[in-house]
Design a protein around this ligand. Sequence first.
Ligand code: SF4
Length: 335
Amino acid sequence: MIANIASSLLEHYRIHARDLPWRALPGEAAQDPYRVWLSEVMLQQTTVATVVPRFARFVERWPNVEALAAARDEDVLNEWAGLGYYARARNLTACAREVAARGGFPRDEEGLRALPGLGAYTAAAIAAIAFGARAVVVDTNVERVVARLFGVERPVAQVRSEIRALADGITPDNDAGDFAQAIMDLGATICRPKAPRCAECPLKMHCAAFASGEPEAFPAPKIRRLRPHRFGIAWWSERDGHLWLVRRPAKGLLGGMAALPGGEWGDTPSPAPSLALVSHGFTHFTLDLAIVALAKPVGEGWWQPLDTISEAGLPTLYRRAVEAVLVRRSDLFAA
Ligand code: SF4
């Protein structure tokens, strides 16, 4: 059965592989590890549809790891704006510099894992996809497929090592790169979290969840905890069509990104009258950010022309804050 799972999946992949700009199609020479690495980092927590155009822009600007190693941190952060999880962008330049200094990417998982920002998943993905090594590549899509195939009912967070061992058991010795991409594709397009398309699935004859008649019930959903809520202020200082922006401290949330100035985020809302309010969800908490007018600019920063604000590299939270003020203002003028 186990060998059949791999061969059925690979056969399906050879016909149905998604054509993605960072991917070598089945039968083609393996992709440049730089492109595999970059795409894997971009795809963490960001959808394929969002990543495709951003990836193209990024590799046009920095076509190889040496070019990225020579880039300014600020430029990379600005280019990353809107993709979220900005620690990824900071690790990207650190990793590129280390790879360029050592003359290329390590070819095995252990060497790859020693690079800045590379976790077990990314190291396994690069080893398998770029270097053809037998590596067990397990992301959230793969976890779901494997749980369903083997009828694992408990929430994934409680059975990670068991699922990994099961994934190991179905990974073939050859074609590990194609196999990894095939199972990830299956999870993204057919074995979707909701309404899996089992009728089209090459693995349905091997699948315990399909046999149960309720494939969607596997694995059980994770137990959600309520995220705490915080409040913050962002200062809006404007002069002659320019807005005062600062750079956030290098360490911490949105570290090194362009931002509106403001204090710490806390547990109580601002009493000051605000120009606009935006609500934003981070992974571990939600935030209400009040944008408050301030005549005198605070902190070290720069005057950004409002007509080039889209080029300032603002992350989504502050981009939305600026948009909220500008929209509100145009509504007032229109009234
Ligand atoms: S048969 Fe259905 S549940 Fe099983 S792996 Fe395929 S799509 Fe997923």
